[in-house]
Structure formats: C-alpha cells, structure tokens
Design a protein. Structure first.
Lengths: 496, 428
C-alpha cells in the first residue's frame, strides 16, 4: 500500500501499546435486518441487482451451509458464534459523485488510515480523479471495501488501456458477467467448507481482477478492507484471473475499529493462473486483535486458494498476520499444470490472547510441480500459534518437489507454539522435505544487542525482524516497511 | 449355524459370553476395569478414518475379519525364533507357555499375568488409557494373560526375550496380552520382543504394554514385528520414565498385513531420556503405521526419535509423531526425524509430525523427508563399478542402518540389525 510512510507516521505519533486503527467512523449506513435466512440472501442479491443464476448460486450455497457443521478441529478456542446475531449487509448510504458530496467522515477515515489525499479522492469515488498526474512513487491501484461494499477503485482507466479489469466484484457481475460465471466458485466451490459456504451465500463485495493474455500489470493492485459498523460480519469475495502469460502483483490490507464484541470476517479468495501466468498475492492482516484480556477482536475465518491451471504458471502467497483475535486461514495452491509453482511465505504473530491457526496446502498434481513453504510463527503473551499445513503429492506428479520450513519463536512462558504438518506422498519420483524448529530468543543475541545500547524492546524487535526476514523480503518493498513496523507494534508489552 | 457377529459388536458379544470366565472375574477391581473398558469400546468401536488419530489407518479389514478366541492346543510345540540371551518367555496365542520358557535363576521376577493377577491391583491399568484408545479398551476388556516383570532396585537384568507366536487355525483368532514391565531405581533390562506366526496364519495380536522406568533406570525395548503375512498387529505401548531414567524403544515393522504401533511415552521426572526409533519395511499389500505421542512433563528431559520407512509394491506407510512440551518442561531438548524411501510407483507414505509446545526455553525440531533413491548417490556407486542392483541394495541398507545405529544396547542392536538384513535379503 502506498500509504506506508503516512501510516508509519500515524503509528509513531499515537501513544504506545494500543491498536492504532481502532477508531470508528460515524457515517450514515444502510443495514439489512439482523440475522441470516433466505430472505437476507435474496435481499443482498437484489441490492446488487444480480442476475438470476447468481441468486440461485447463492441460495444453493445457503442450503449447503445450513446442513454443514462448524469446523472445530483447529487449535483455537472461542465461544459459539450466533450467526443470527449479526448484520450481513451494511453499506455507506448513496455513493458520491464529486468530492464535495463525499461524506467528510469517510474522507477522514482514509486520512486516519494514512491513505494519501490523492488516493482519497479516488477512493471516495470522485469521477475523473483517476486521471490526476502520476505520483512520484510507483503508482498503486486501490480498491477499498468498507464493511460490505466496495467504495471505490482507483486508476481504472489507466489499467483499462492495457485491457486489465480491476473493479469491485459486484461491478464485475454487471459488466463482465461471462467471466464471473466462468470462474466464480471454480476454485473454492460453495460446499468447500463451512465458512466458504457462508461466504458464497452472503458475500457482499470484494475485488475482481482480470489480466489479459501476455499483459504484465504495470502497477501493484491493492484492496483495502475495513470493517467499520458494529455487529456486522464482513464477507468479501475476491477473484483474480491471470490469463496466459500475464503477471500481476496484488496487495491486501485490513483493519477494524476497537470493540468489545467479536466480529466475524469470512472471506473467500480465488486465484486462477493459466499457462505461463504469475500471480503474487500479499496480505498484511491487521484486523483488531482484541484487548490484552482477550475482549473483542475479529474472528478471521478465511478461505484462500489458487489453482495453477496452466503449464509453468506460478502463484505466490505472502502473508503477515498480526491482527485478529482468531485467525483460521490456509492459503493454498492446487498445482495442476505441469511445471507449475506454488509458494507460501508467512509470518504470524500472536500476542496477548490472540490465537492463530494458519498454514497452507500444496496439492501437487502436474508433473515437475514445485512448492516452497516458509512459515514463521511468533508467540508472545498468552498467544497460541499453530502452523497447520498439507503437502499432498498425487501419483501423477512425477518429479514433484516440495520444501517446507516452519520455525516458531516463543517469547514468554505463557504462550504456545504448535506445528501440525501433513505430508502425503503417493509418487515415487517426488521429493518432499519438511523441517520445523521451535526455540526462544537466545540470551546471547539479546545480550549482544543490549550491550550496544539497545533497549530490550528494540533488541527483541530487531531479532524478530531477522527471524522473519525470509518472508518479509518477499513483500513488495513499501509493504515490507509497514510490515516490519507492525511486527514491532504487535509485540509491544510482551517483553521484560 | 448362527451368524457370527463381527466388528466391535463381535468383541462385545464375546465379552458378554466370557465375562465370568476371564481371569480375575472374581476380583472386583478387575471387573470394574473390564466393564469401564467395555463401555469405552462400546462407545468408540473400531475407530474410523474420521477420527484424527486414525486418519491414515483404516481398520475395516480388521473389524470385518470376525475373530474367535484363541483355542491353542497345549501340546503344540511350535518352532521358536533364535534366542538373544539366556532368558526367554514364550507366549502362544497370547497365553504364557512355561514349558517353552527359560526363566530359571534370574535376579528378578518374571511371572505370568494370569497367575499373578491378584497382586497387580494399582499397577495394571495405571498407565493405559482405554477411554482414549479403543484398541487399549479392547485389550483391557478381553486380556487373559501377559508378562509381568519386576526388576528390583540396582539389579542389572541383562537380556530377556519375549516371544509371541500366533498359530494357524480355521477361523482367525484374536488375542490381547497385557504386559507389565517395572524397573525400580537404578535397574536395567534389555527386553527383546519377537512377534511371529506361521506363513498361513490369520490372527489379531493386540498387545498393550505398561512400562515403568524408575529413578535412574534404563530399559531397552526392542520390538521385532515379523507377524504372519495375513496377520494383524495393533500394539499400544505406555511408558512412564522417572527422574534420570532412560527408555530406549526400537520398533521394527517387517511383517503383518496391517500393523499399528502406537507408543505413548511420558517423561515424568526431570532429566529423563527417551529414544523412540524404528524402521518400517513394507512389501506389496502391507500397511504399517507408527504413531508416537511423547509428553515432556518435566524439565531438562531429552528425547530423540528417528523413524525410517522403506516401501515396495503397493504398500502404505504411516508415521504420526506428536511431541507435547508442557509448561513446566523448561530446557527440553526434543528431536524427531522421519524419512521414507519409495521404491515403487504404487507406494504411499503419509507423515504427520507434530509439535505442541507450551514452554519457552526449549529446543525442539522435527524433520520429514520423502523421496526415491538418490540419483547422484546411485551414480557415484555405479561410476565405481558397482552393478545397479547391488548399488541400490547398499543405499537401502545404509538408509536403514542409520535408524538401528541409534540403539544403545549392543545385543538389541545386533538383533535388530540381523532382522533388517534378513528382510532385505528376502525381498531383494
């Protein structure tokens, strides 16, 4: 996100130890009635002016969801969720047509989030704002999703010249129904899991990206997600299609206000890479983690999956998970095309009473497919951090190769670090390797830093950043700076 | 002829019929243990693959086999595998055979459980967890006999062979021996267990071990599983190691159609050590599952695990290993490695190493690798004039030897080495 420098300034200026994005924006919102039933599904679909087939698709998902049971296998604990006690649709009222019409509160929100003014105009949906002179920095196109709806997408026209489609998924349903119909639910089907089924029934918005054949996307694409309204769940759905020979890098960021209640975030992300296409998907997840006693915070139950359908296609997931009370998330790659490549780089931090159960699945089907998994888990306070991953090699995946490395770092004696890898190999010529380590920060490392005049906290921050380096270096540069800062903030109060 | 109930129902039916005749039927504490186990088994039945701990091992073929209780003839004189030391106890179909055993003049007590049952109150059942492990529940419900060994404080017990033979019969038989091994402070023992049966025998061998390793004691426990090709073995070992004690387990899975080797080790006292090593050698049609659960429940303990699997034909190997480091277990040093060598395009290996850590001052790691014979290594040997078949044999042997080398006790290591070599010579 280009917001980084500003974000850091904001971060630094605020008092230590608190969640910096915990403000709430008081703007006029439109809600659907609380609760979940077929009528709500119909309401959402009607609001979005969706075609009949999509409504039917949602209703089918809803029917499947009703028959499903909530998964309880993850190493996370939380009281039962009442799915009827939440709003499934919340949107800022009526979109603006010029900057003057923009709800000033919305603009303030973006300012607080550290999004530069120029981009604020795009995000506020001011027409023509996308044509302003290019920024000195590398431009980044942003789609912002506020509670349930996408509020604006920037740089649309410039991207349009390359034939790139980057818009909200509701818009894509109207403008490119054939693409949506062709790809929606083909990577994560409606009945895939409990939360994916819920999402399929009630998803309200999200981003849609299509990169045409042979196009290298000229700028980073980014979606900014924010849960604002009270008692709402956010259910966005992202679909990215990289056609033959295309390349795209996509960034995702998320925040939410501080509240005592827990809010549900159940997103679905589907990626499709065709022959020779490459998708890089980076996430800095900073939902509100709850307070030190574990009150409030987001339940982040997300399904992310990519299909490398084409030969020599590549998908790379990078995630920095610092927020959320509970994270349940396994960005995966199904490597169908011969010589396709899957990568997963992850840093997950749990502090206070946060719980994270995250990892990946690499399913090798095509010949000579390769996958790399690097996971760094950091537990502090009373946090519980689990890496859970699957590497499956089908008999067809001759010459497949996997390398997995999971390292855990423990800070304090009240936290936990767990590693649960599953390796299933049915191919003689495939080779899989897994290694995992768990340790705490070495005394001699700390001593070395302290001796050179660093405070305990600075020393821990430095060591943790070093521990995560392999993952952070995969992030686009500006994101990496922000992520490093976030790591430090997330660990505040956990040392000494 | 009435239909013979199979599966869990078959065993429960048999328990109902045998209740009054099983050993200890007049001892209230035994009765209570059996009834509780039967309740647990009634609830759980044979675990399905939906149960996480049994995700990779399907017991349907065991459940569907329809077993009878063992009716071995007392006068049968089966061939015995070679002895490794002087002392030997022999069980045929789960029943002690003093006539085939040699236990005279030992400096410690060796008894048959059936004979010494009354004295085992508080000891039998102190470690096994039938409520959580259906096969241990089945064992508790129906055990008839077993080995009871008590090595007094400071006594070096030397080598003891435990031989378990299954026999061929018209209907498959099931037996559930319960073995109790106790080493008091500073004692030592090398227990070499060989389980085997005649080529055409079909049976279920479902042993449960309860092992107590006292203060500073050392137990070497080598398990050589060479069951008949159509037999099943579902073994559960529970071991508790006190302060400064060492439990050295090695399990070789070479026989049986389906085997599950489940080991629960509790490092209960500080500075206890545990080695759990093993090798699985699988031919066409075999399924072998090694599942280890290691609890580091005291500080300064060390654990080492190395498991190797070689798979041929259409075989399936499973390794599940969990290390649980409790919050008190500071300065834990835990290491686990499991490696598999696939020698056939139809073989499958499933591996689930698992770390669960609640203490911060620990050094824990695990590794898992799967692959075929390394092409570079093969090339190296062939470039030196070694024919391909010989080069492959050398590499497989080297792969397996590494696991066996970890065994500290010389006699046990030699016995395991011989069993591994014998297996490879038979298949190669």
């Amino acid at each position: 996100m280009p917001a980084v420098t500003e974000t850091i300034d904001t971060v630094q200026s605020v008092t230590e130890g608190a969640y910096k994005w915990g403000f709430e924006t008081d703007i006029e919102m439109e809600f659907a009635p609380k609760g979940l039933n077929e009528d709500i599904v119909r309401f959402i679909s009607a609001k979005k002016k969706e075609p009949q087939w999509l409504l039917d698709w949602r209703l089918k998902a809803f029917a499947i969801w009703q028959k499903m049971e909530e998964p309880l296998w993850a190493a996370v604990k939380y009281p039962p969720i009442d799915y009827q006690d939440a709003y499934y649709y919340a949107a800022p009222k009526a979109g603006p047509k010029s900057l003057d019409e923009v709800d000033p509160e919305l603009l303030k929100t973006y300012a607080k989030l550290g999004i530069p003014l120029k981009e604020q105009a795009f995000l506020a949906g001011v027409e023509g704002a996308g044509e302003s002179p290019a920024d000195a920095r590398m431009p980044v196109a942003i789609d912002a999703v506020f509670d349930s709806v996408s509020v604006a997408t920037s740089y649309k026209e410039r991207l349009g010249k390359e034939g790139i489609i980057f818009c909200s998924i509701s818009e894509a349903v109207q403008t490119h129904p054939e693409l949506i119909r062709q790809y929606l639910g083909t990577v994560v089907p409606q009945g895939d899991n409990f939360y994916a089924a819920l999402n399929s029934a009630v998803f309200t918005d999200g981003s849609f990206v299509y990169i045409p054949k042979g196009v290298r996307c000229p700028m980073e694409l980014s979606t900014y997600f924010r849960i604002n309204a009270k008692s709402t769940g956010q259910f966005e759905r992202t679909l990215i299609i990289a056609d033959e020979g295309s390349t795209v890098s996509y960034l995702e960021g998320c925040t939410a206000p501080m509240r005592d209640e827990n809010q549900l975030h159940a997103a679905v992300v589907e990626l499709v890479a065709l022959d020779d296409a490459s998708i890089k998907y980076s996430t800095v997840q900073n939902w509100y983690p709850g307070d030190a006693e574990g009150r409030g915070g987001i339940y982040n139950f997300v399904t992310k999956r990519a299909q490398c359908r084409g030969r020599r296609s590549k998908v790379s997931w990078t995630q920095v998970e610092t927020g959320s009370a509970i994270t349940w998330k396994y960005p995966s790659c199904v490597l169908l095309g011969d010589d396709s490549v899957g990568e997963f780089y992850s840093v997950a931090i749990t502090n206070n009473r946060q719980q994270a159960d995250t990892g990946t699945k690499m399913i090798h089907v095509g010949k000579r497919t390769t996958s790399t998994i690097i996971s760094k888990g950091i537990s502090a306070g009373r946090g519980q951090n689990t890496y859970r991953g699957l590497v499956r090699v089908a008999p067809t995946a001759s010459g497949a190769r996997n390398f997995t490395q999971c390292d855990s770092l423990l800070i304090g004696d009240q936290c936990g670090a767990h590693t649960v890898p599953y390796i299933e190999n049915r191919c003689m010529t495939a080779k899989t390797e897994h290694e995992a380590t768990t340790s705490r920060i070495a005394e001699d490392q700390l001593f070395y830093c302290r001796q050179r005049g660093m405070t305990q906290e600075e020393a821990v921050g430095l060591i943790v950043n070093g521990f995560c380096r392999e993952v952070l270096k995969e992030l686009p540069m500006e994101f990496a700076v922000e992520a490093q800062k976030l790591l430090q903030i997330s660990l505040e109060g956990s040392v000494g | 002829m009435t239909a013979h109930p199979i599966g869990a129902a078959g065993f429960l039916h048999r328990f109902d019929g045998l209740r009054a005749r099983l050993p200890g039927a007049r001892l209230p504490w035994i009765q209570a243990l059996r009834e509780q186990a039967a309740d647990a088994f009634r609830v759980q039945g044979f675990p399905t693959r939906r149960v996480e701990a049994w995700k990779y091992t399907d017991l349907r073929q065991v459940a569907d086999a329809g077993f009878d209780e063992a009716l071995s003839a007392v006068d049968s004189a089966p061939a015995l595998p070679p002895a490794h030391g002087g002392a030997r106890v022999v069980f045929v179909d789960g029943r002690s055979r003093p006539d085939l055993s040699t236990v005279d003049g030992l400096p410690y007590a060796v008894e048959s459980l059936a004979a010494a049952l009354e004295a085992q109150e508080g000891r039998l059942g102190s470690l096994a967890r039938p409520a959580e492990q259906p096969m241990a529940a089945l064992n508790t419900m129906l055990f008839e006999d077993g080995l009871v060994v008590t090595v007094p404080a400071g006594v070096a017990g030397g080598v003891l062979d435990l031989v378990s033979l299954g026999s061929a019969s018209e209907r498959p038989e099931a037996f559930h021996p319960r073995h109790l091994i106790r080493l008091e402070a500073g004692a030592s023992l090398t227990l070499i267990e060989t389980a085997t049966g005649p080529e055409d025998a079909r049976y279920l061998h479902n042993p449960v071990f309860e092992i107590e390793v006292g203060f500073g004691a050392t137990l070497t426990h080598a398990r050589i599983q060479q069951e008949a090709p159509r037999a099943f073995q579902l073994a559960t070992v529970y071991a508790r190691v006190e302060k400064g004690g060492t439990y050295d387990n090695f399990t070789l899975n070479a026989g049986a159609k389906l085997v599950r080797n489940e080991i629960h080790t509790l490092l209960a006292g500080p500075a206890a050590t545990c080695h759990m090593n093993g090798a699985q050698l699988l031919r066409d049609g075999q399924h072998a599952d090694t599942t280890t659960v290691l609890d580091h429940a005291a500080p300064d303990c060390a654990s080492r695990q190395t498991y190797k699997t070689v798979l041929m034909g259409k075989s399936r190997g499973v390794f599940q290993g969990r290390i649980h480091v409790h919050q008190v277990a500071q300065r834990t040093d835990g290491y686990q490695m499991n490696q598999a060598l696939l020698l056939s395009p139809e073989a499958e290996i499933d591996s689930k190493p698992q770390l669960e850590i609640y203490a911060d001052d620990v050094k824990c790691s695990h590794g898992a690798t799967v692959g075929e014979i390394d092409a570079d290594q093969l090339f190296y040997l062939r470039a030196r004039g070694i024919p391909e078949a010989r080069a492959r044999a050398m590499l497989v042997e080297a792969f397996l030897t590494e696991a066996v080398e970890g065994v500290q006790d010389e006699t046990a290591r030699a016995a395991l080495g011989a069993a591994v070599t014998g297996w490879w010579e038979a298949v190669a």
